[in-house]
Ligand binder design. Structure first.
Ligand code: FAD
Ligand code: DHB
Length: 392
């Protein structure tokens, strides 16, 4: 078999890349170890930057996003029993963010690829990549029916997430890795309850961080800082709601509770592996970098990477122009490092570090006070949060 671009992984990065390439007349095959149902049900991020929404719209993928997405013009920061609004429209050049779950983005992408006759194989196993330093790299895998397949490609895109096989296929001597683990985790609860807030709330509290976000006007998503080794069994629903009520408490206001639809614990890590290219292998999304979720950058970075990659591969495959693929890694890494810094800054400003001295909370509160009273500091948060124009 032969294709122009072999894509490993049907997360947002791999699916969107295959669609952007198809729009330019470039063939691809996407292989995915999980089932379609699993990919469509996986609960992850929920917030799209302005530029991500624009890109999805320009790519003809935003019919449902435009109908069902919830546009937000700011966030609340809560600390010391006060809730402060940051107005992004005012602080930036009118930018907003949109709540539309990653799982919905993935459903829309899968439906569109299949409707357009895209090659998308679920439930493959033993994926391998070889010949990466040649002009004909090979993607091999065992298909769902048990047959072994080999696809000769012009290029392979490693969109297979943090635990994938593509990043380790780059010789270790050629890679530099920066990594930091945080001494806490997030417990996320998706609940059948209308959000009690018009905007997302990021709360700093002596017992730990909490985030109030939403999926629809009927379904809320809330996150709670928990110990890094916490297990779901430690957190029965009544304990989760009690902690959320405590961390978001304001007189006359309460979190709206409801039956849990999903509860999951996510570790917190910053990770960057560079370069994002080796020969004819290009990494995109979580395969190359991870940010802690505070600030909602992970999904948006994956979207940004593949928009740069689609343009670069168009240059290579349609015009034999290598300038953009040569710049791919450094173009993406500039944005990746900005988002890595922002996510680290939001995370360390808002979470309680176990065992930290009292000075830490005092410094955090001073920073939060500054962000909510200085226009310059608020602009810094708003422009990082809402995205970096232009997306490309
Ligand atoms: P992924 O979505 O991980 O997709 C990679 C795909 O590759 C997967 O479908 C995987 O099954 C497949 N794959 C892996 N190995 C192979 C292989 N060998 N062969 C074939 N296929 C393979 N970000 C936020 O901004 N906010 C959040 O609240 C948030 N919550 C998260 C919660 C969890 C549990 C996780 C893991 C991530 C979360 N993120 C969040 C991050 C965000 O979801 C990711 O940044 C985003 O999914 C990246 O997209 P991707 O396509 O690069 O990778
Ligand atoms: C969501 C997740 C985040 O990490 C964040 O900072 C904002 C929103 C969400 O899942 O909606």
């Amino acid at each position: 078999m032969r294709t122009q671009v072999g894509i490993v992984g049907a997360g947002p990065a791999g699916l969107l890349l295959s669609h952007l390439l198809a729009l330019r007349g470039i063939d691809s095959v996407v292989v995915e170890i999980r089932s379609r149902a699993y990919c469509e049900a996986r609960q992850r991020a929920g917030l799209l930057e302005d530029g991500s929404v624009r890109l999805l719209r320009e790519a003809g993928l935003a019919d449902r996003l435009d109908r069902e997405g919830l546009e937000h013009g700011g966030i609340y920061l809560q600390f010391s029993g006060e809730r402060h609004h940051l107005d992004f429209r005012d602080l930036t050049d009118g930018r907003t963010v949109t709540v539309y779950a990653q799982t919905e983005v993935v459903k829309d992408l899968i439906a569109r690829r299949l409707a357009d006759g895209g090659a998308l194989e679920f439930e493959v196993s033993n994926t391998a990549v070889s010949g990466l330093d040649t002009e004909a790299p090979v993607l091999s895998y065992t298909a769902a029916d048990g047959s072994r397949q080999e696809i000769t490609c012009d290029v392979i895109a490693g969109c297979d997430g943090f635990h994938g096989i593509c990043r380790p296929a780059i010789p270790a001597a050629l890679r530099t890795v920066w990594e930091r683990e945080y001494p806490y985790a997030w417990l996320g609860i998706l609940a059948e309850a209308p959000p009690a807030t018009d905007e997302l709330i990021y709360a700093h509290h002596p017992t730990g961080f909490a985030l109030y976000t939403m999926r629809t006007m009927q379904v809320s998503k809330l996150y709670l800082q928990v110990d890094h080794d916490a297990r779901a069994d430690d957190w029965p629903e009544h304990r989760i709601w009690a902690a959320l009520q405590e961390r978001f408490a304001l007189p006359g206001w309460a979190v709206k509770e409801g039956p849990a639809l999903d509860i999951a614990i996510t570790p917190m890590r910053s990770f960057v592996s560079a370069p994002m290219r080796y020969g004819r292998l290009f990494l995109a999304g979580d395969a190359s970098h991870i940010v802690p979720p505070t600030g909602a950058k992970g999904l948006n970075l994956a979207i940004a990477d593949v928009s740069v990659l689609a343009d670069a591969l168009t240059g290579l495959l349609l015009r034999r122009d290598e300038r953009l693929i040569d710049a791919y890694s450094s173009t993406c890494l500039a944005r990746v490092w900005r988002a890595t810094h922002f996510s680290w800054w939001m995370t360390t400003m808002l979470h309680r570090t176990p065992g930290a001295d009292p000075m830490e909370a005092a410094l955090q509160l001073s920073q939060l006070r500054y962000v909510t009273t200085s226009r310059a500091a608020a602009v810094t948060l708003a422009e990082n949060y809402s995205g970096y124009p232009p997306l490309h």
